[in-house]
Design a protein around this ligand. Structure first.
Ligand code: 13P
Ligand code: SF4
Length: 327
């Protein structure tokens, strides 16, 4: 009886994703979705979801969705008392930095990121010593401790604007070597890199792009700038996850492939039933730790609350706010 009621109450939501999510799966989701909608009202909570979240989260329970830059802005601006981050830990930390008076919850503390794990504050201090006077531009895919050692942050959506805003001929950009090299190809600013990589995007290869073009004539290839530069060079467009969504909405390529995390294609395809999405699938195991079940528990049990060590919050916030002032 309870399940039937939850199914009935969530039917309109299911209608939005039925092309991707089979009815049999939704029967298993409906109870959690129904409970999460109630808990959000009771706790004055919002769910912020990254573009890589699965469709039942992204289209089913999220209030606000976007790329890292959009999520940071939304976290700063929300009036809700509780922010649940359906994303990875650095995104939740950024939300807490920008809205310290709110409760910020992440449904799984282990939802990390290979880029965030690739660098420590001590590494930045060593880089500064090796390159005296160069400003440090830090990708948001890092811990608060690393941000606190940085001059300014960037995301894949504003990296070039941030680098050029500094008005200097040379910068350090870390930890994503490929993002840094892809931006270096677009600007006259010289960039010192760090050998961090995204474990999802580093797997794409130029040979794979050529094979896709051969197998699917006319396919338009969109690549995230965390992909290796030789992959980006073979693509028709490169941009952040929001940049790729906007490209699809504007250009409506009849046949396309997004070289990024798998769920992104599902989420974008739902808005464009007429387009033919080719879907090579690279999953982010960290993003996939977030589920309807642990979002529900996060709201029921107020866990896991994200906190920032005293002493780190002010300098880390300054680097993120400096970024938001640029673009
Ligand atoms: P975006 O800022 O483009 O959404 O990228 C975040 C991310 O983690 C990509 O792997
Ligand atoms: Fe980190 Fe890559 Fe996963 Fe994004 S897709 S969260 S960069 S590991």
């Amino acid at each position: 009886m309870g399940r039937e009621t939850a199914l009935a109450r969530t039917e309109a939501i299911y209608e939005r994703i039925r092309r991707i999510v089979p009815r049999a799966e939704w029967i298993g989701f409906a109870d959690d979705v129904d409970a999460i909608l109630r808990l959000k009202r009771e706790r004055n909570a919002v769910i912020l979801a990254h573009n890589y979240q699965t469709p039942e989260i992204f289209h089913g329970v999220a209030d606000l969705v976007g790329d890292s830059l959009a999520l940071a802005r939304m976290a700063r601006d929300t009036e809700a008392e509780v922010i649940v981050m359906a994303g990875v830990h650095f995104m939740a930390e950024t939300a807490k930095l920008l809205n310290p008076d709110r409760t910020v919850l992440i449904p799984d503390m282990e939802a990390g990121c290979s880029l965030a794990d690739s660098i420590t504050p001590a590494d930045i201090r060593a880089l500064r010593a090796a390159h005296p006077g160069l400003p440090v531009v830090t990708y948001v895919n890092t811990s608060a401790a690393v941000k606190a050692e940085s001059d300014i942050c960037c995301t894949s959506g504003n990296a070039r604007a941030v680098v050029e805003s500094l008005g200097v001929p040379r910068v350090i950009m870390l930890p994503d070597e490929y993002l840094a090299r892809n931006i270096a190809a677009e600007t006259d600013v010289e960039i010192v890199t760090w050998p961090g990589h995204c474990e999802v995007h580093e797997r794409f290869t130029p040979a794979e792009v050529r094979e896709l073009r051969e197998a699917y004539p006319g396919v338009v290839v969109l690549a995230h700038p965390e992909c290796p530069p030789d992959v980006v060079a073979e693509a028709d467009f490169s941009g952040s996850t929001a940049g790729m969504s906007a490209y699809v909405a504007t250009h409506k390529p009849p046949r396309l492939v997004l070289l990024t995390e798998c769920s992104m294609s599902d989420n974008v395809a739902l808005g464009h039933p007429d387009l033919d999405f080719i879907r090579p699938c690279n999953l982010c195991p960290h993003m996939k730790r977030i589920t309807l079940g642990n979002i529900r528990r996060a709201l029921e049990e107020n866990r896991h609350e994200v906190t920032i060590e005293t002493g780190l919050a002010a300098p880390a916030r300054r680097a993120v706010e400096r970024m938001l002032a640029v673009a």
